[in-house]
Design a protein around this ligand. Structure first.
Ligand code: PMP
Length: 444
């Protein structure tokens, strides 16, 4: 029988000589001695336990809905109603080429060089005057160019959220915002909407009950429902924010894509008290792939964001920034918007007409006044997994509604259909097949 302390002593001696090593979670392992020539070939290399190395701060969800949608663009022969991008054929390729050539020929010294972290001054001035035309008065120090507006949403989550902090959001809401807030372990509380937008009676109850850090809202052509908040509701929402002293994040990438009526003023343009942080993007109006978005906020917040951006990606792609600047400052955006409004209006109407071709009981179409999406309520008894599978077999993808709810904690009988990207023929064929599948999956 060997004495316990003898064993411990032996281990300590082996350790002191560098022959064994103790590792948390894997016990004591024998190490091969190092030779003069370095590491020996047959040395035992214990496997790395990455999951034990990961920081506790990192949210452990591997949810990849956005990646799954974007990966589709590398595949062929699918009809995608799931994405949120412009259609390929909406561009004047000659114009794009001439802008690119001009930038490379005439402004080489700029476009191949770094820009300030918060964006090149040309683009910031252009954004500033564009905002001014829309009733938002901001100095260039209150504007920051970001790599898509997604980055600005993430920065605000990073700045404000401690685990357990409450963020009030419309329910349903944009998946990228849900993920940004949840990655800092925010508690998202969903507020239902009616035809005028977020329900203020419920919002107020939650403001009192939860004392949230932030209200996140998309007042115009909301993703995924396409709904728009009325002017009166906008004003009342601001009053509530002021009364309860809670900031608002206004996410507004679809504002220019209206298909009828007049534009409503943004919350930011109605706010004289710096309560609204405003984010928008050129992803929906020019192209997603440029990754150019921006945020308007108080200088103190922009300064914090500059620090975050230094750490994250240093600056937004220079060529993209100048591309957007040229496109907007030379007035091309205005014409382009007119063109895509007509194009997307037609596609929206075509999709609605197709959906109306078959009268499915319990199906309800939310017709948007603008933006990219139709929100479709399906019969209550729909077997959603089966529907998604059946559609997949036919090469059709749609967004199931549950991804737009915090924590995915509901069984949703909604799907979101994008009409900007698919070709008209694909809308005709795809919606016909979709209706077939819906009928099959709801007849139990
Ligand atoms: N907010 C909303 C409401 C969106 O729909 C999107 C794009 N799907 C974004 C933000 C992010 O857009 P981007 O980063 O491309 O500007």
């Amino acid at each position: 029988k060997i004495n316990r302390s003898t064993v411990i002593k032996a281990y300590m001696e082996l350790k002191a000589e560098g022959l064994v090593e103790s590792r948390v979670g894997s016990g004591t392992v024998v190490l091969a001695p190092f030779s003069k020539d370095g590491i020996q070939e047959k040395m035992y290399v214990p496997p790395l336990r990455w999951n034990q190395l990961e920081s506790r701060r990192v949210n452990k969800s591997n949810e990849q809905t956005i990646n799954n949608i974007l990966s589709v663009f590398e595949k062929e022969k699918v009809i995608s109603f799931a994405s949120g991008v412009a259609s390929e054929d909406s561009y004047d390729m000659e114009l794009l080429q001439s802008i690119q050539t001009r930038l490379l020929e005439k402004h080489r010294e700029k476009v191949l060089m770094p820009t300030p972290v918060d964006g090149c001054s040309e683009l910031k001035h252009t954004i500033r005057s564009y905002l001014q035309q829309n009733g938002i008065n901001a100095g260039t120090k209150q504007i920051m160019v970001t790599s898509g507006s997604q980055q600005a949403v993430e920065f605000l989550a990073r700045l404000l959220i401690e685990p357990g902090d409450v963020v009030l959001v419309e329910e349903p809401t944009y998946i990228g915002a849900i993920q940004a807030f949840e990655s800092y372990d925010a508690r998202l509380i969903g507020i239902p909407m009616d035809e005028e937008g977020i329900r203020l009676d419920i919002l107020e109850t939650c403001l009192v009950k939860y004392r949230p850090k932030l209200i996140y809202t998309q007042p115009t052509f909301h993703n995924p429902t396409g709904m728009t908040m009325s002017l009166n509701r906008r004003k009342e929402l601001l009053k509530l924010a002021y009364y309860y002293n809670i900031p608002i994040l206004e996410d507004n990438p679809y504002e220019e894509l209206y298909y009828e009526g007049e534009k409503l003023p943004s919350l930011k343009s109605l706010d004289n008290n710096d309560y609204v942080i405003y984010v928008s993007s050129f992803s929906k109006t020019i192209s997603f792939s440029l990754r150019v978005g921006y945020v308007v906020a108080g200088e103190n917040i922009i300064n914090r964001f500059i620090k975050f951006k230094q750490i994250t990606d240093i600056q937004t792609n220079t060529l993209s920034q100048y591309f957007v600047h040229e496109f907007v400052a030379h007035g091309y955006l205005k014409n382009h918007l007119e063109k895509i409004r007509n194009k997307y209006r037609k596609k929206r109407d075509l999709m609605i007409a197709q959906l109306n071709k078959c009268n499915v009981e319990g199906m309800r179409i939310f017709v948007p006044g603008g933006g990219y999406f139709i929100w479709l309520e399906l019969p209550n008894n729909i077997r959603m997994n089966e529907l998604i599978k059946l559609l997949g077999d036919k090469g059709i993808i749609v967004m199931p509604g549950d991804v737009f709810y915090p924590k995915y904690n509901i069984e949703s009988n909604f799907i979101r259909l994008n009409f900007s990207y698919p070709k008209e023929q694909d809308i005709e064929d795809g919606i016909e097949k979709l209706l077939d599948c819906i009928v099959k999956c709801s007849n139990s």
